[in-house]
Design a protein around this ligand. Structure first.
Ligand code: PHE
Length: 386
């Protein structure tokens, strides 16, 4: 018994004195490992009388537990010590200036968002936001896409697991739920854009599971399709920096707009490149239409008093067009060489009007745009209700 107490003292002292994780592991193996001292003593139990076993057995087990606990405490302490030493040695002085070759750049998507926002704020729009984890009601039902509506299938929705009440949240498949949130937040008129991330379960050279859209919504008295057309044409002229952009409205269908159209922009495919503003080819850039009276009724707006239009545009798509970026997936590959080539200088304010944001990269941008203030001449201002 005395032996056991001495053993306990010795082993615990050795653990306490140990300053190295490798040596600690050696101690563990030689004491409580399969062939360790304690394990060998355990084997002795078999040769003992029942009485001896009764007293010796629990003591031995207790000792084993004690050693194991001491080992794990010491291990945690040593790991923490090691971590702290590492943190100290890997400390980065963030106040040091970076090397010029390590400068970051503005991602083309951020640049596009800033440019789009600038163009629409000049036209009198404000920016609205909504959550990316959305409820079925805002993403579908209120937009006149009830359960079982075939349009739901086209959206390749990412759903979350059901909650206790049987409701499933989802990753918004478009920015259109922001239309509903805006209209439910107060009375008309509204003139908003909502840029942001959207998600669909789809992936190839022109689709990524996460992509970006910008939604526009105008609701007022006496708004008609002419306003919609002017607004989109004006946007394209400004964004692509071309005085003459060919635009085509193709009849289409969206449950939340009536009538609905898809907008194509005139372009040419030359030597594997896309040139905007020339040629006889067309590329689809957005969906649009007059807000369906049913949607207005869903948010308690009287369609006889208020009307309006909405459109939703792929931001990644128009960035590809503007800067001739061939593969959508590259936007999100986080490849530094790509970012250096297509990125924009970080410290320049990304702005169409200042035109000073170009770094590296060959960009197929047309002639520079005039910077007249459009808000005065906007037909939306002339006809919009009060
Ligand atoms: N939400 C539609 C889409 O993602 C685009 C759209 C928006 C169409 C607004 C019409 C009006 O495809």
């Amino acid at each position: 018994m005395d032996d056991l107490q001495k053993l306990e003292k010795d082993i615990l002292a050795a653990i306490e004195a140990c300053d190295d994780l490798v040596i600690l592991e050696d101690i563990r193996i030689s004491e409580v490992g399969k062939k360790g001292r304690i394990s060998l003593l355990m084997r002795e139990l078999g040769k003992m009388t029942p009485d001896e076993k009764k007293t010796f057995g629990p003591k031995l087990n207790g000792l084993k537990d004690l050693i194991n606990n001491a080992l794990s405490d010491r291990k945690s302490a040593l790991e923490l010590k090691e971590l702290n030493i590492r943190l100290q040695s890997e400390k980065i002085d963030i106040s040091l200036p970076t090397l010029p070759e390590n400068n970051g750049s503005i991602h083309p998507i951020t640049q596009v968002m800033d440019e789009v926002t600038e163009i629409f704020t000049e036209l009198g729009f404000s920016v609205a936001e909504g959550p990316e984890i959305e409820e079925d009601f805002y993403n579908f039902t209120a937009l006149n896409i009830p359960a079982e509506h075939p349009a739901r299938q086209m959206h390749d929705t990412f759903y979350f697991p059901e909650d206790e009440k049987g409701n499933r949240k989802l990753l918004r498949t478009h920015t259109s739920p922001v239309q509903i949130r805006t209209m439910m937040s107060g009375p008309p008129p509204y003139r908003i854009i909502a840029p942001g991330r959207t998600y669909r379960c789809d992936s190839d050279a022109t689709h990524t599971p996460m992509f970006h859209q910008v939604e526009a919504l105008v609701i007022d008295k006496n708004i008609n399709m002419g306003h919609l057309k002017w607004c989109i044409e004006e946007f394209c002229r400004k964004f692509f920096e071309l005085d003459n952009v060919k635009i085509r409205f193709r009849p289409s269908y969206f449950p939340f707009t009536e009538p609905s159209a898809e907008v194509d922009i005139g372009c040419a495919f030359k030597d594997g490149e896309i040139l905007i503003g020339e040629g006889d080819d067309w590329l689809e850039i957005m969906g649009c239409g007059m807000v369906n009276a049913r949607v207005l009724e869903n948010v308690n707006i009287d369609p006889n008093e208020y009307q309006g239009f909405a459109f939703g545009m792929g931001l990644d798509r128009i960035a590809m067009l503007k800067w001739g970026i061939p593969d959508l997936r590259d936007f999100f590959a986080a490849d530094l060489r790509w970012l250096k080539h297509y990125g924009f200088a970080a410290l320049d304010i990304p702005s169409l009007s200042t035109q000073n944001n170009k770094v590296g990269g060959d960009r197929k941008i047309g002639g520079s745009s005039s910077s007249e203030n459009m808000s005065d001449s906007s037909p939306l201002n002339q006809n919009g209700g009060q």
